[in-house]
Design a protein around this ligand. Structure first.
Ligand code: NDP
Length: 240
């Protein structure tokens, strides 16, 4: 029977590419989303991949959603915590709501995604956990104190769980994408985007598939001895 993979935020952008790459690699994939029903339907129509709607920031919703996925598809072997948002503002203008929304989604959302699948992975003595962090969690970024805090925090979760999961054959790794051509980045004003591209030695944005292939590798048997690590995929923008 094929392994089961859960991809949060798996219907759009980087997550969409990850869902497709895992399906192509032979996994039964469940892709989650927050509210964009139209995009989720178009995604399922195009790929045949099952979609599930819940808010990763809500623990009870996440747990119930994960139980439903496991009832439908079987125990989850691979979990990709990818869902994330930005609410950018320079710190002196950042509101407590902007801070909290990003923390709840990008940091607590990662806890809410991994915690319900962790006991089953421990029991079955197998698991692949992959968290999509960011170059801006490694280096910080103007107007992204909230976002950078969550993405740096995600690396802390990964390094801790790698130690806890190792004896149970669970690997836990982070990928730190640089700027990738998704709606999140295309929403940035063109002038700012040009400035961003000018700082990338590769001279271009990354493609969602370039992150998806890293995920497929970390999920594979070939990556069984890699845990607690951070793959930087950023066109040379930052070395960690
Ligand atoms: P997109 O905005 O294109 O897609 C985000 C996805 O996450 C959507 O499927 C969205 O659902 C889902 N989502 C958002 N909030 C929630 C929530 N509260 N609960 C459940 N699902 C949610 O993002 P990207 O593909 O650009 O980014 C994916 C990940 O990669 C994020 O964690 C981001 O921080 C990270 N990243 C992105 C970079 C980039 O350059 N794009 C660079 C570095 C890291 P819906 O469609 O319903 O809105």
């Amino acid at each position: 029977m094929s392994k089961v993979a859960l991809v949060t935020g798996g219907t759009r952008g980087i997550g969409e590419a990850i869902s497709k790459a895992l399906k192509d690699a032979g996994y039964t994939v469940a892709a989650t989303y927050a509210g964009n029903d139209e995009k989720a339907k178009a995604f399922t129509d195009a790929t045949g991949i099952a979609t599930y709607k819940w808010n990763v920031a809500d623990y009870d919703e996440s747990k119930a959603g994960i139980e439903k996925v496991e009832a439908d598809l079987g125990p989850i072997d691979v979990v990709v915590a990818n869902a994330g948002i930005t609410r950018d503002a320079p710190f002196h203008k950042m509101t407590p709501d902007q801070w909290k929304e990003v923390i709840d989604t990008n940091l607590t959302g990662v806890f809410n995604t991994i915690h319900p699948v962790w006991p089953g992975m421990r029991e079955r003595k197998f698991g692949r956990v992959i968290v999509i962090s960011s170059v801006n969690g490694q280096k910080g970024q103007f107007a992204q104190a909230n976002y950078a805090a969550t993405k740096a925090g995600d690396i802390g979760i990964v390094r801790s769980l790698a130690q806890e999961g190792a004896r149970a054959n669970i690997t836990v790794n982070a990928i730190c994408p640089g700027y990738i051509a998704t709606e999140m980045v295309m929403a940035v004003p063109e002038k700012v985007r040009e400035q961003i591209i000018a700082q990338i030695p590769a001279g271009r944005l990354g493609e969602p598939d370039e992150i998806a292939r890293c995920v497929a590798f970390l999920a594979s048997d070939d990556a069984g001895f890699i845990t607690g690590s951070t793959i930087s995929a950023n066109g040379g923008q930052f070395f960690s």
